[in-house]
Every structure is written in C-alpha cells, then in structure tokens.
Design a protein around this ligand. Structure first.
Ligand SMILES: *[C@@H]1O[C@H](CO)[C@@H](O)[C@H](O)[C@H]1NC(C)=O
Ligand SMILES: *[C@@H]1O[C@H](CO)[C@@H](O)[C@H](O)[C@H]1NC(C)=O
Ligand SMILES: *[C@@H]1O[C@H](CO)[C@@H](O)[C@H](O)[C@H]1NC(C)=O
Ligand SMILES: *[C@@H]1O[C@H](CO)[C@@H](O)[C@H](O)[C@H]1NC(C)=O
Length: 170
C-alpha cells in the first residue's frame, strides 16, 4: 500500500520534471521589440535574425483602437486581405499572445489598412535543435544555457533519487 503510493508520487514528480524542461527554454518574443506592433516597423527585418522554435510565443503589444492581430494564409498575407483570417487573435486589450506550437509558417497582418504600410509578419517555426548543438542563443531573452540546463537535470535526478530512497524505507 504505502509503497504503491510512494511509487505514484515519484512517477508524478518525474512527469513534472519532464514536462517543465521544454518550457524552461521557450521564448516569448515581443513582436517589434520596444516598438511593439506598430506601423513604423519593418517586421521582415525584425524577424530575419531570429529563430522561432516550436513552443515559443509571439507577444503583440499595440494600440487596440488602431491595430489588430489576424493570422492569415500566405496568399492573404501577400495581398493584405483580412477577409478570411485563419485565426483572429485579437482579444481587445491590445496585448495578444500567440503560441507557436506547430512547425510551419505563420502569417499575421493587421487589418484596418496598416498592412499595406508593412504591418505584417511572417515567421517560420522550426523544431528546437538538440541541446549540444544549441543554435545561437543571442536572440533569446530568458533561456537556460546548456550547462545550467544539464545542472538542472542532474539536480532533479539526484532529488528524485533521494526521495525514492526515503520513500522506499517507509
Ligand atoms: C488562402 O485563402 C484564400 C481564401 O481566402 C484562397 O483563395 C487561397 O487559395 C489560400 N491560399 C493558400 C496559400 O492556401
Ligand atoms: C477579431 O476579434 C475581436 C474580438 O473578439 C473582434 O472585436 C474583431 O471584430 C474581430 N476581427 C475580425 C476581423 O474578425
Ligand atoms: C496550439 O495552440 C492553440 C491555441 O492555444 C490550440 O488551440 C491548439 O490546439 C494547439 N495545437 C497543438 C498542436 O498543440
Ligand atoms: C522591409 O525590408 C525589406 C528588406 O530590406 C524590404 O525588402 C521590404 O520592402 C521592406 N518592407 C517595407 C514595407 O518597407
């Protein structure tokens, strides 16, 4: 009885560790940096030196009275057509978070005319490369470095091992 319960606790802890690791290295990109989602930014240039990985987020901050955030397909991105959005991410607060959780191209525009002035962004979402060959981290703001990451994994493994010992002796 006791042992089964202890086992369940250990399994649960392992799951928590496994589930939390990818999140620790996800990045939330503030679209346009300090300029935000705005008509004076060239988003092609903003995006070109960045890597977007599965699990990252785009954070759009803008004037809710003038802009919005619509996900469209490639054709409608090129032509600034907001008629048939794939997804309307506008919540109304002027602060919208978009999870990039599929490896594919994403296209976003602002309707209300500003798309023609360049308020559009295309990002290609890729799978995170394996840790040893960690791709450039320079554009990432809050990631664990590979060594911190392995330290974290190691201490988690030790913690679980210690807990296992303690529980087995119950
Ligand atoms: C995008 O959607 C439009 C309909 O709004 C369609 O005519 C067009 O073929 C689609 N383009 C792509 C690349 O899927
Ligand atoms: C998108 O959703 C917002 C909030 O629900 C709504 O106010 C807006 O009209 C929608 N825009 C489009 C183009 O559907
Ligand atoms: C991606 O996120 C969206 C919005 O939260 C959700 O509806 C969708 O199911 C997710 N897709 C996958 C593959 O996780
Ligand atoms: C943004 O910059 C790219 C690369 O320099 C250029 O090709 C594109 O025309 C610019 N877009 C706008 C809307 O100015």
């Amino acid at each position: 009885m006791e042992k089964e319960r202890a086992m369940a606790v250990v399994v649960l802890l392992c799951l928590v560790v496994v589930v939390e690791l990818p999140e620790a290295s996800a990045t939330r990109f503030m679209v346009g940096g300090k300029m935000g989602w705005n008509s004076n930014v060239n988003y092609t240039i903003w995006a070109q030196d960045k890597h977007f990985y599965n699990g990252d987020w785009l954070f759009f901050v803008y004037d809710r009275n003038q802009m919005d955030v619509l996900e469209v397909n490639q054709t409608n991105y090129v032509s600034c057509n907001a008629e048939h959005p794939v997804h309307n991410w506008t919540t109304g607060a002027g602060r919208d978070v978009v999870p990039l959780n599929v490896t594919r191209h994403y296209y976003f525009i602002s309707s209300k005319g500003s798309c023609y002035g360049g308020m559009k962004i295309a990002v290609k979402v890729e799978n995170m490369p394996p840790p040893p060959k960690a791709a450039p981290l320079k554009s990432k703001s809050s990631v664990l470095t590979p060594s911190l990451r392995s330290q974290f994994v190691l201490s988690a493994v030790f913690a679980i091992g210690a807990m296992w010992d303690a529980l087995v002796r119950l």
